[in-house]
Write a protein that binds this ligand. Structure first.
Ligand code: ADP
Ligand code: MG
Length: 680
């Protein structure tokens, strides 16, 4: 027998039971034993003398009185009996379980668990068993059974499965690794996670399963990376170093240390014949665009074409303006393509693209349409939207093209998440802001303190600056969202009547109207822009120095940071006011943290810590795999270790030859990783 046999091969599990188990996704013995409890109830006997009020206690005692029942109206009852536990006389009270009356008689021994009312020397019983404690485990596993069967039944099956299948479980972790980290073997770990003798056992077992899970995951990620590097020979882009240097020195500023480092990393990869599949993370304002310009230019000096995609037309246009300004003096032909490009211009553009007359194409999603055909694409960069980058990579590959691909994101992602969600990619980090940037002064105020805020806003406007007012995001309904923005717009229009222009922007406006409004704001024709979160990504209006965010608790730290990054882009001091009355400690901590730091990476770590991995990317594009035991917040050390080990294993010849690693290799093969596919 092996643990891969069906559960029915266990004596004691028949067809009917198997059917029930199947509802829980359990078919084999392996499935069964790998269904872990989500908690253990503590039934250790308690010494009542030591135990404080309101603690959960378990005592074994002799029934000392006839049970008495009190009916308290509809379906409610209170049954009470006196118990002698050791030499402690206590009352045991059972609510709504009057039927137990016939099972309790003086002289018998029972074990009860419940909340201890110290003052009244009374136990409010939640769990009752006839007989002494010997029958009862110290720690009882509790499983998620969705009402399919009783815990007790499931525990019996589990006990049976562990007993019958001992020694039959696949050990995926070789001895060397188990020794190195003192991890329990599979049989021992299974026993400890289901039926621990103490809480240390649970910890021990968990440690093993977490490592195992993360190692397998990282082997898969690194396996994909390795497979892609080997299979997809990119082109070695032999750029002209002199020209690139020349371009860099022509820029109106000197690159920061981080920009130089990242440019070097990227150029080295361009030149190698492995294909670039890289994420560039940089905090808001760290200067990713110019880095993109340098590497695109490098590719162009080698005779390739470049592409740069942004999620919105405004952003794409902004990029087109900057890059044309920097690159055209160096003889680069830059073109812009978006949904709004007129058919005639579009036709001409597409022709020039095929013939290679265009060196650099900048635009929106329009760039991944099937009829957009490059002559010789060497490098494709996407800004602020990795998911659509993945899609576009596929499209390019389907066209038989294999350019280097770089994804840029201004959402600093904590390292644990980065190596999980983007585990198969390389990561570069811009962790330095250009010199001379002023920190954005951030204040958190109660929602009823609007009037001083408006005064402050007015003083900025008076100095010729502009302001953003961000309205609450109500996820369930963008109708309400819009309503909020409309209301606030109305109020501010009245307040600033005849003095300042107030614009309104929200997601329900047609794209071209949104663009017009943004342009007007950029040109200074609008003083105050009331908006929902649509301004979040990448918009650059350096003259805006003031931001007011209503109902700021509704946002995560990462998003608040993104929003705040719309100001502080010029030479002047900028301000961000958070209006919020957080109801929870977590909410207060978030607001407080915002006022204390401008560091996006720090905020991202904090966000992850406060809200957990699930919330980090928002619902839509998490990209995070689901782990069974591992938790990305708490197990980050194990994740790092597993990643390092995976890397070492894949590079070592033992891994590919030794039988010890057989099971790990099987998993790796089954996952498709060795074909370079990411399936999850
Ligand atoms: P982000 O990384 O948020 O996309 P941008 O690329 O938009 O940042 O850069 C923000 C601003 O900083 C731009 O106006 C850009 O020209 C400027 N900038 C970029 N690098 C430097 C530098 N090394 N020194 C001074 N200013 C810089
Ligand atoms: Mg940017």
């Amino acid at each position: 027998m092996t643990s891969l046999n069906a559960v029915t091969s266990l004596k004691g599990i028949g067809k009917a039971a198997a059917k029930q188990l199947e509802q829980l996704g359990i078919v084999t013995i392996h499935d069964l034993v790998m269904t872990f409890p989500y908690r253990h109830d503590d039934f250790r006997l308690t010494d009542l003398i030591e135990t404080p009020h309101n603690e959960r206690v378990t005592v074994e005692g002799r029934v000392e009185s006839e049970p008495s029942v009190l009916f308290l109206g509809r379906n409610k009852s209170r049954l009470q009996v006196r118990l002698l536990a050791g030499n402690h006389l206590v009352k045991a009270v059972f609510f709504n379980q009057h039927y137990l009356k016939d099972r309790l008689s003086p002289g018998m021994t029972v074990t009860v668990t419940g909340k201890w009312d110290r003052g009244r020397q009374l136990i409010n019983v939640s769990n009752f068993k006839e007989g002494p404690k010997v029958e009862q485990l110290d720690f009882e596993p509790v499983y998620s059974l969705k009402g399919v069967m009783h815990q007790k039944t499931f525990r019996r099956y589990m006990r049976l499965a562990l007993d019958e299948s001992a020694g039959q479980h696949e050990e995926s972790l070789p001895q060397v690794l188990r020794d190195a980290y003192r991890l329990a073997g599979i049989d021992r770990a299974l026993e400890m996670i289901h039926f621990p003798s103490n809480l240390q056992d649970v910890k021990q077992a968990r440690r093993r399963f977490v490592y195992e899970e993360l190692l397998l995951f990282q082997l898969k990620m690194m396996g994909i990376k390795k497979a892609r590097k080997e299979a997809e020979h990119g082109v070695a882009i032999q750029y002209n170093l002199e020209l690139v240097k020349n371009f860099i020195s022509s820029l109106p500023f000197e690159l920061t240390g981080a920009q130089k480092r990242v440019v070097n990393e990227l150029c080295a990869e361009l030149k190698s014949n492995t294909r670039m599949n890289r994420l560039l993370q940089g905090d808001v304002g760290s200067g990713k665009t110019v880095v993109a310009a340098v590497v695109l230019y490098a590719a162009i000096t080698a005779g390739y074409q470049g592409a740069l995609m942004a999620p919105t037309e405004i952003l794409a246009e902004q990029h087109a303006v900057s890059l044309a300004e920097w690159l055209e003096p160096h003889g680069v032909t830059v073109a812009f393509l978006a949904g709004s490009t007129k058919p005639k211009a579009r036709k001409q553009l597409l022709e020039n693209l095929v013939t290679g007359e265009i060196d650099l194409l900048i635009g929106t999603h329009a760039l991944i349409q099937p009829n957009v055909i490059f002559k010789n694409p060497g490098l494709v960069i996407t800004d602020e939207q990795h998911r659509f980058g993945v899609e576009q990579r596929r499209v390019l590959r389907d066209k038989g093209l294999n350019p280097d691909v770089l994804f840029m994101t201004a959402t600093p992602i904590p390292r644990t998440l980065a190596i999980t969600a983007f585990g198969e990619m390389d990561v570069s980090v811009l962790d330095e802001l250009p010199a001379g940037r002023k920190l954005i002064e951030t204040h958190w105020l109660k929602e009823d303190s609007l009037s001083p805020v408006l005064k402050k806003m007015e003083s900025e406007l008076l100095a010729g600056r502009q302001a953003y007012v961000i309205c609450p995001l109500i996820e369930e309904s963008d109708k309400l969202d819009v309503q909020n923005a409309v209301d606030v717009h109305g109020q501010l229009s009245t307040y600033f009547e005849g003095r300042y222009t107030v614009g309104l922007m929200h997601g329900r406006l047609p794209a071209d109207v949104k663009d017009d409004i943004m342009r007007a704001f950029g040109a200074g024709e609008i003083d105050i822009l009331v908006s929902t979160t649509v301004v979040e990504v990448g918009v650059n209006v350096p003259n805006a120095t003031f931001m007011l965010i209503y109902d700021a608790t509704r946002f995560g730290l990462a998003q608040l940071h993104q929003l705040r990054g719309r100001v502080g882009r010029g030479a002047e001091q900028s301000y961000c006011i958070l209006l919020a009355d957080p109801k929870t400690e977590e909410g207060k901590e978030r607001m407080q943290t915002m006022t204390e730091t401008n560091d996006g990476f720090l905020l991202a770590e904090k966000d992850l810590e406060l809200r957990g991995a699930g919330d980090f990317f928002g619902k839509k594009q998490s990209g995070l795999p689901e782990f069974k035991v591992a938790d990305l917040v708490h197990d980050y050390r194990a994740l790092e270790t597993a990643r390092k080990d995976a890397e070492i294993l894949l590079e070592s010849s033992n891994f590919w030859t030794d039988d010890e690693y057989r099971i790990l290799k099987q998993h790796l093969e089954k996952s498709g990783a060795l074909n370079g596919e990411r399936i999850d």
